[in-house]
Design a protein around this ligand. Structure first.
Ligand code: GLC
Length: 799
């Protein structure tokens, strides 16, 4: 069953049936003002911080779902009938509504009662101003008098203030109206203002939520809309809203357009922005948003026989991965912004995936992470970049109950008990990837402070990370699991994590490549030796016959063995054994065969199987999670692409694509009654086989699966990846693919790559030509140039 379709030409997903089982969300804003909205205009807007500067309020996990939002009500002043452009909150018959999720905008459409209406939400390119672009057309064949009412609910900025201690917060915010502009003011803050205005002279307004809604009513039937008259409310204290009313008469066929502007700043800022954001300027910004994405998307486009993959890679997968880097992970309807700043491991991985399309943002994320590394070599699991940013430290602070706290170092750096063993290891490979992609070798020598004391170059930071993991080994010589490794619910403490040792090995190898490329041979040799020792110990300790162990508890019990009845086979250790190169080819094949036979389902690979049902605190919290959900045997999406990489490295393209397709969101579009979640986004997990809701996807957008899916598909399945020597072409594809094309920008040159597969192989390159000349990898070329490459796959690999 479908609820909508992909309109790839318009770069939109169209929701034809708006009565979805769950909210389908999208993101607006590209810089400091950001918002997340669903298919019925429910959602919220924020400025810079989801935790400390919410502009509009959202009641997460509530009923009715996804309230409130940024709504437009239309009222027929002849008979008093009213509806909303985005279906909710009024909720007239659903067949009159649709929604188009585009890149950094959402468009709601309705054709109710002879009026065609659309409302588009997006954020201006250069100013913190959200634009609501409302267009109306009278298609009823008779003159109509309509009243338009906007509605949004202001927030008390801080998530905590918005949710607790109302004896204080209810008296902290005020509102007023002047010259067509509503001003909201969080009085405690020095610059706690927002404005809400429009490109028209309002016929009425309300600034107080409770006056607009009326007692014992909801957004579904607000008193002001029902009665047709605003009350002109405002006050110092209370809950505030943005309602502007405009009454219009539309002749048959007549059209009209109103812009509403919600922005940061007081009435004065509102006046300036109203002068600036005319319809022409709004159109220009809308085009600039499209151009912004044109530029990003053009960094890599593909044409393959797999339509689901084309839709993902050419559009939605890149979009989702970019959103993760921009918004970090704490802005959604699930992650509602109450957690501090950045998650170390998530950000370190996200920042590796879109360097080709967003090098600046990735670079600044890498620096933020580097600053949150301690001089001992571990990263701070959750941190606010502001704490370590020398520029932010210079900003004026003032005393008030809502001032954003900067904790003492002693509260931030609490020692090993809070360290996740994998966090900083990801950063090593991300930095190396950044340099391979951009060629900015000087980045290695950039001086960056440590979170606790002192400073060092980026290169030195990386060495500290590798040395930390080398020191943190347990009784069998495998890296300790500490508070957790990638799996938040595997809490091994002093026990050992196979995944972390494999990750360590991968990081060591990436670092050695960098060290050689920089001519630092002594370091390269030193770390090469450590890598060899790690490889040896993993071989000695972790191979269990058909697959690799997941770890060893502090009391020396093996996890993930043949003799286990629960948690027998795990994704993380087996995929990373292959990716890190620790596994021999034979072990790799056997391990991934076990992954296929124990973990594969039609919706993707489960994280482990069989699920845990007996509590075992030596293993961790995973044994206290319901079977089939989250880390206990769900199809946890994030590690799925690791399996694609592993299979690609083993040369098994058919298997890799089978795994890819099972998880690929667009390929789920006709089973939404099972999936429920949006088919244009990877979700954090899909419920696993051991649960009654098998196949149901949850937690869209904010997930590392997106970046990894993009990285694995483009760099390992299609096999196009930058190296210090050139652009490597090493595809691993299904045997029945005859050809595919990729257009890939690398360091300013566009490579138009045509791969042919005359022998029907899954892997192996017979020849590569760049502009007609035989090469083994595509060479670096002048910026602005176009290189035409032809690649013939086949037996007899010459690369
Ligand atoms: C969530 C966390 C991520 C973790 C994963 C597995 O996605 O954000 O950090 O690796 O769960 O536990």
């Amino acid at each position: 069953m479908q609820y909508g379709h992909f309109d790839n030409a318009a770069r939109e997903y169209v929701i034809d049936r708006v009565d979805l089982p769950v909210s389908w969300t999208n993101y607006i804003g590209l810089k400091d003002m950001l918002g997340v909205f669903n298919h019925t205009a429910g959602g919220y807007l924020l400025y810079k911080s989801p935790e400390y500067h919410r502009i509009t309020r959202f009641r997460p996990n509530g009923v009715p779902m996804d309230f409130p939002g940024h709504y437009i009500y239309l009222r027929d002043d002849e008979d008093g009938d009213y509806w909303s452009v985005s279906w909710q909150p009024v909720g007239k018959p659903k067949e009159h509504y649709s929604c188009r999720h585009g890149l950094s905008y959402v468009k709601y459409l309705c054709d109710y009662n002879g009026i065609d209406a659309s409302q588009t939400l997006f954020v201006a390119m250069d100013d913190p101003v959200e634009i609501w672009d409302l267009r109306l057309r009278n298609s009823s064949g008779r003159p109509r008098t309509l009243s338009v009412f906007s509605y949004l609910e202001f927030s008390f900025h801080h998530i905590a203030m918005d949710n607790q201690n109302f004896q204080m917060s209810l008296y902290a915010a005020g509102s007023r109206y002047e010259d067509g502009i509503i001003e909201h003011d969080l009085y405690y803050e020095e610059n706690g203002f927002q404005f809400f205005t429009g490109n028209f002279t309002p016929d009425g307004y309300d600034c107080l939520r409770d006056s607009f809604i009326g007692p014992y009513r909801t957004e579904r039937n607000p008193f002001v809309v029902e009665s047709g008259a605003c009350s002109g409310s405002f006050e110092k204290g209370g809950n505030h809203c943005g309602c502007l009313k405009k009454t219009l008469t539309l002749l048959p066929g007549e059209e009209c357009r109103l812009l509403f502007l919600l922005g940061e700043g007081s009435i004065d800022a509102g006046k300036q922005m109203r002068d600036k954001y005319t319809c022409e300027k709004a159109d220009e910004d809308f085009r600039r948003i499209a151009a912004y994405w044109d530029e990003k998307l053009s960094s890599l486009q593909i044409e393959t026989p797999n339509e689901g993959m084309n839709t993902e890679i050419n559009l939605w997968n890149l979009y989702q991965s970019e959103i993760n880097v921009m918004f970090s992970r704490f802005t959604s309807f699930i992650e509602v912004g109450g957690r501090t700043g950045l998650g170390y491991r998530d950000t370190a991985q996200d920042a590796m995936m879109v360097i080709h399309s967003n090098p600046d943002k990735c670079r600044s994320r890498l620096i933020e992470l580097m600053r949150a590394l301690t001089s001992e070599g571990f990263g701070l699991h959750l941190f606010e970049p502001r704490w370590f940013d020398p520029e932010a430290k210079k900003e004026k602070t003032f005393r008030s109950p809502t001032v954003i706290p900067t904790p003492d170092k002693s509260q931030i750096i609490t020692g090993l008990k809070d360290v996740c063993a994998d966090d900083a290891l990801w950063l090593v490979s991300s930095v190396v990837q950044y340099i391979k992609e951009t060629g900015e070798t000087d980045f290695a020598d950039l001086m960056v402070t440590y979170a606790d004391e002192g400073s060092g170059t980026v290169y030195e930071h990386l060495k500290k990370i590798l040395d930390f993991s080398a020191r943190q080994t347990g009784q069998n010589g495998i890296c300790k699991g500490l508070r957790a490794d990638w799996n938040d619910c595997l809490n091994l403490g002093g026990g050992e994590s196979a995944m972390v040792s494999f990750l360590h090995l991968w990081a060591l190898q990436n670092f050695c490549e960098l060290a050689y490329a920089l001519g630092r041979t002594e370091d390269a040799e030193h770390y090469r030796q450590i890598a060899e020792n790690v490889r040896q110990v993993t071989q000695d300790v972790l191979w269990d016959g058909g697959w690799f162990l997941r770890g060893i508890t502090a009391d020396n019990r093996k996890i993930g063995t043949h003799s286990d009845t629960e948690g027998k086979v795990h994704m993380e250790s087996n995929t990373w054994a292959v990716i890190s190169g620790a596994a021999t080819a034979e072990q790799g094949r056997l391990a991934m065969d076990s992954v296929d036979s124990y973990l594969y389902t039609e919706y993707g690979l489960m994280l482990n199987a069989p699920c845990y049902t007996k509590v075992d605190d030596g293993i961790g919290f995973v044994t206290r999670v319901y079977p089939g959900l989250k880390e206990n045997g769900a199809i946890f999406s994030h590690p799925n692409p690791w399996a694609w990489v592993a299979e690609a490295l083993l040369g098994r393209g058919d298997r890799a694509m089978k795994f890819y397709n099972a998880l690929c969101p667009p390929l789920q579009n006709d089973r939404i009654e099972i999936r429920q979640a949006e088919p244009y986004s990877y979700c954090q997990f899909v419920v696993g086989r051991d649960h009654t809701a098998f196949g149901r996807a949850r937690h869209p957008f904010m997930t590392g699966s997106s970046g990894w899916a993009y990285f694995a598909a483009t760099q390992y399945l299609l096999g196009i990846r930058p190296s210090f020597e050139g652009l490597i072409i090493d595809p691993c594809i299904p045997h029945d693919w005859k050809e595919f094309r990729v257009s890939r920008k690398w360091r300013g040159c566009t490579y138009e790559i045509h791969v042919l597969n005359p022998d029907g192989v899954e892997k192996g390159v017979r020849s590569i030509t760049a502009d007609g000349k035989p090469v083994s990898a595509l060479p670096l070329m002048a910026s602005g140039s176009i290189c035409h490459a032809e690649v013939i796959m086949g037996r007899g690999d010459n690369t």
